[in-house]
Write a new protein. Sequence first.
Length: 301
Amino acid sequence: MRPRERALAFLALILFGAGWGLSAPLLKIVIGEGYRGFGILFWQHLAGAAIIFALLRLRGLNLPLRPRALRIYAAIAAFGVFVPASATVHAAPHLPAGVLSVIISMTPVMAFAIALALGRDRPSVPRLAGLALGVGGIALMALPGSGLPDAAMLPFVLLAILTPLSYAVESSVVGGYASAGLDPVQAVCGAYALCVPVGLALALAEGSLAPPAAGVGFGAMLLAVFVNSLVYAGYVWLVGRTGAVFASQVAYLVTAFGLIWSMGLLGERYGAALWVAFAVLFAGMALVQPRGPARSAKADL
């Protein structure tokens, strides 16, 4: 790339990392204002589906409803949207936003572990070391006497780990929307649309469907959906311009900005032991990043 294009790509990477890094702090604000559980998911997915569908229409695209496309939507809805979001919103009330941000960013480590298990990647010393560091960082965070402010948070750390694990399954096993002739934004829009009725039913069963009301909580929820939708669309553009390997470096920035936003917006502070765990996890992420052009695992859905 020419210098100007390279500078634009790095600027986009920083902006996308800053945007995605807001997710956990904004979620904590939403929860602090009384919204909870599946009720949050329903409003997020409803607003997200509307925003992404608007982006589709601006691009002159429709939402395909052929059977294979519906199967792709369902798979992405399950592993890329609903399961990780459910784990996050139910763990978030019990964990610092910074801890949540770091855990969510462990997707590359878990994706590598799944790729090894499926024989889709070859082991190498650096990447195996990265996997070991990832496991070690979680252990440092979770073991008794670690840097967690309260030992009672441990079960919710384990719950939060379902989020990157589910994202890793989605990217490693399900991520075959291209084989169905779908644009990535179409795939995400279809997935969000499927999540809306499921979220509504579960929110009603849980008793967490708080009506929308003007205020900080609902505003933070809408801001999170708006930012995440725009960042996702921008990320798709960045992958197309620079390749998946360069774009994947956004994971580092999401982690860093998640901690920065959590300290700045929520006043969170972390002990020395927890910073050590963060550093170990960050090193693990660095070692397992893709080495060459990314190849999507095509699922025969």
